[in-house]
Write a protein that binds this ligand. Structure first.
Ligand SMILES: Cc1cc2nc3c(=O)[nH]c(=O)nc-3n(C[C@H](O)[C@H](O)[C@H](O)COP(=O)(O)O)c2cc1C
Length: 189
C-alpha cells in the first residue's frame, strides 16, 4: 500500500511530527511511504489564475506540487497532520490544500483513487469548542476532491502542558486506527 503523509507543523520534530511518527511506526504491513514536510518542500500559494480549468490536470506553477498531486491522487492512505494556528490550518499546509483546486477542477476524476484519510490535529490550548472546527470545514472539500473515506480525526489538545507522546487517549486512538489499517490491508492482500 502507498501512504502519503503531510506534516503541517512549522516546527520540525515537535508534537505534530511526533504524533505522526507514532502512528507510522504502528503500520506493520508492507508499504511505501512518502512524507511531505511543509518546511522542506516548495509549495507556492494558488494564484487563482484558473489555468487548470482549460488545461485539465495541469497547474501553471512549477514547484513540488507537480509530484505531490500525483501522490495524493493515487495513494491508498493519506495522512494530514497539522497544528492549529488561530484555530485554523497554518499557512504552509493551507497553501498545499488550496492548490488541490487543480484536482477539484478535473472534469474526469477517474485518475483519483478511492483512499482512506487520517487527520491528526494538534492544539496547544486546553480543549475548547471549535478548536479543530476550521480544520474539519477545510477538509470537507479536500476529502471529497481526493475521494477519501475518513478513518479518524485524532485531536491532541493542550500540547502546551501535555506533550503529544504523553497523551494516552490520543495515542490509543492512533494505535487502534493503525491496527484497523493493518487488519484491513492484510485481508485485501
Ligand atoms: C501562530 C500560532 C497560533 C496558534 N494558535 C493556536 C490556537 O488557536 N489554538 C490552539 O489550541 N493552539 C494554538 N497554537 C499552539 C499550537 O497549536 C501548539 O503549539 C502545537 O503544539 C504546535 O504544533 P507543533 O508542536 O507540532 O509545532 C498556536 C501556535 C502558534 C505558533
Amino acid at each position: 500500500m502507498e501512504i502519503v503523509a503531510i506534516m503541517g507543523s512549522h516546527r520540525n520534530g515537535h508534537h505534530t511530527q511526533k504524533a505522526l511518527d507514532y502512528f507510522l511506526n504502528k503500520i506493520e504491513i508492507e508499504h511505501e511511504l512518502f512524507v511531505y514536510n511543509v518546511n522542506k518542500i516548495d509549495v507556492k500559494a494558488c494564484i487563482a489564475c484558473d489555468y487548470c480549468i482549460p488545461h485539465q490536470g495541469e497547474c501553471v506553477i512549477e514547484d513540488d506540487m507537480r509530484e505531490i498531486y500525483k501522490k495524493m491522487e493515487t495513494c491508498d492512505l493519506l495522512i494530514v497532520a497539522s497544528p492549529v494556528y488561530f484555530s485554523a490550518f497554518p499557512s504552509k499546509i493551507k497553501a498545499l490544500i488550496d492548490r488541490t483546486q487543480m484536482i477539484y477542477n478535473l472534469k474526469d476524476k477517474s485518475v483519483i483513487k478511492k483512499k482512506k484519510i487520517l487527520i491528526i490535529g494538534v492544539g496547544g490550548a486546553p480543549h475548547y469548542p471549535r478548536q479543530f472546527q476550521a480544520m474539519d470545514n477545510t477538509l470537507e472539500w479536500y476529502k471529497k476532491t481526493l475521494s477519501c473515506d475518513e478513518v479518524g480525526f485524532v485531536q491532541f489538545s493542550h500540547t502546551d502542558e501535555l506533550p503529544a507522546l504523553e497523551n494516552k487517549k490520543c495515542l490509543e486512538e492512533l494505535a487502534e486506527i493503525a491496527e484497523k489499517i493493518n487488519t484491513l490491508s492484510a485481508k485485501v492482500n
